[in-house]
Design a protein around this ligand. Structure first.
Ligand code: UD1
Ligand code: CA
Length: 453
């Protein structure tokens, strides 16, 4: 029989050290709130139910934790009296009776399901408490795992630790598995006589042992267990996340010349043989197909780049940009809500917004689709194999038919039918010899000024 499991996610803390107007678990790693990363890991741990303990910014935290398909029950911890007290906020859920309880923290965003599963395995093998620990050369701020005769005997919080205990580098991740049948009894025994006057969840180790229970620990990779209490740690966690994901992508066949300069979002998808040049930033919702090339200094968000398309250098793809196979969006171009057809080229200094560009079309340098009248957005439809001359403004709503030709410098305000040539600019005038006259007049004025001193 499968063991039942309740996951309790603690996210009620005051986030004092974050010095922020919002709860720390709402701060983003890889453009996704920390709490959503945690829910994701928990959901992969074959749990039966998820209890989310909220306090500060309760509604916003509950909303950020709601990710596809995971049902979450929220519990309000009215006062912040510590992690042990926080778990008991979910008393009603725990009291329903589960084989396993796993407790995890909303501020440990790099965790994966691996250590949680290992901790559950420890319960299945008869432990009452399984602590998830990690080894680090930066233990400051973490509770330390104290061992005697090969057994975990206590977790000591930094503030309560002696110098000798602080020298210990085996740390508490905060993640823990508890025998679900004994959990309420064990939790209700936690007191608050410690340096912070809080109810520490970590006291369960000593409590369970004093009742003759078995307490064990499993080790997790340091990176996964890195906690996040302040902005410096947030930046550190972001760095670790980015390094981990870039590595995964490179191993899966994506080329990066200077991976340390590429920034990914939690949902960035990049296909095999794509090449990502230095200093590229992916906002949420970017999908890059196999073999696409993203040149340096491009910013891509909510956009799809099909196989063999090229982007940049210095291009910006905004939400709704969709580049078909073999198309090209070059330097200093911006595409928003724009489809670029197969093999079409948008090479230089152009804005394409709310626009469809047909296959094989060439958009000249400096072309602007004028999609906004100050109030509403309008569509531009450009057919296949058209040629839009440089420095043209296409004032939407407007359409350009297949194979049409727009002369450079045009302001196009009316539809151009297929195969037509459109001029939308003043006709050029020629005045033979007039340049010499102008120049001589200017020189004479300069000479007169100089004579006057
Ligand atoms: C905690 C652990 C420490 C461990 C570290 C790992 C305790 C006593 N200490 O310390 O051993 O090394 O995490 O990162 O457990 N929270 C509530 N309600 C509260 C207090 C906290 O929901 O009343 C939540 C916070 O939102 C946070 C989590 O519990 O998500 C941990 O709280 P935090 O104050 O960050 O604990 P640490 O001091 O980091
Ligand atoms: Ca913490």
């Amino acid at each position: 029989m499968e063991r039942t499991c309740l996951a309790v996610i603690l996210a009620a803390g005051d986030s004092t050290r974050m010095k922020s107007s919002k709860s720390k678990v709402l701060h983003a790693v890889a453009n996704r709130p920390m709490i959503a990363h945690v829910v994701d890991a928990v959901a992969k741990t074959a749990i039966s139910s998820v209890a989310l303990v909220v306090g500060r910014d309760a509604e916003a935290v509950a909303k950020a934790a709601t990710i596809g398909g995971v049902e979450i029950e929220t519990f309000l911890q009215k006062e912040r009296l510590g992690t042990g007290h926080a778990v008991l906020a979910a008393r009603d859920a725990i009291a329903r009776g589960y084989d396993d309880i796993i407790v995890t923290y909303g501020d440990v965003p790099l965790q994966t399901e691996g250590p949680l599963k290992a901790a559950r395995q420890g319960l299945a093998e008869g432990s009452d408490i399984v602590v998830i620990g990690f080894h680090t050369d930066k233990p400051t701020g973490y509770g330390r795992l104290l061992v005697k005769d090969g057994e975990l005997i206590a977790i000591r919080e930094e503030k309560d630790a002696t110098d000798a205990e602080r020298a210990v580098t085996w740390c508490n991740s905060g993640l823990m598995a508890i025998n679900g049948r004994k959990a309420l009894d064990l939790l209700s025994r936690i007191g608050n006589s410690n340096a912070k006057g809080e109810y520490y969840l970590t006291d369960l180790v000593e409590i369970a042992r004093s009742l003759g229970g078995r307490v064990t620990a499993v080790d997790a990779p340091e990176i996964e267990m890195t906690g996040c209490n302040n902005r410096a740690e947030l930046a550190y966690v972001e760095r670790l996340w980015q390094e981990r994901r870039r590595h995964e992508l490179m191993i899966s066949g994506v080329s990066m010349i200077a991976p340390e300069t590429v920034f990914l979002s939690h949902d960035t998808v990049i296909g095999q043989d794509a090449l990502i040049e230095p200093n590229v930033v992916f906002g949420p919702g970017a999908v890059i197909d196999s073999g696409a090339i993203i040149h340096a200094f491009s910013h891509i968000e909510g956009a799809h780049v099909a196989a063999g398309a090229t982007v940049g250098p210095f291009a910006r793809l905004r939400p709704g940009a969709d580049l078909a196979e073999g198309s090209k969006v070059g330097n200093f171009c911006e595409v928003k809500n724009g489809k670029i057809g197969e093999g079409a080229k948008v090479n230089h200094l152009t804005y394409i917004g709310d626009t469809t560009v047909g296959a094989g079309t060439n958009i000249g340098a400096g072309t602007i689709t004028c999609n906004y009248d100050g109030v509403n957005k309008h569509q531009t439809v450009i057919g296949e194999n058209t040629f839009i001359g440089s420095n043209s403004s296409l004032v939407a709503p407007v359409s350009i038919g297949d194979n049409a030709y727009v002369a450079s410098g045009s302001v196009i305000t009316a539809d151009v039918p297929a195969d037509a040539l459109a001029f939308g600019r003043a006709r050029q005038e020629l005045k033979p010899g007039r340049a010499t006259v102008l120049r001589e007049r200017a020189l004479a004025i300069k000479a007169a000024k100089k004579a006057k001193g």
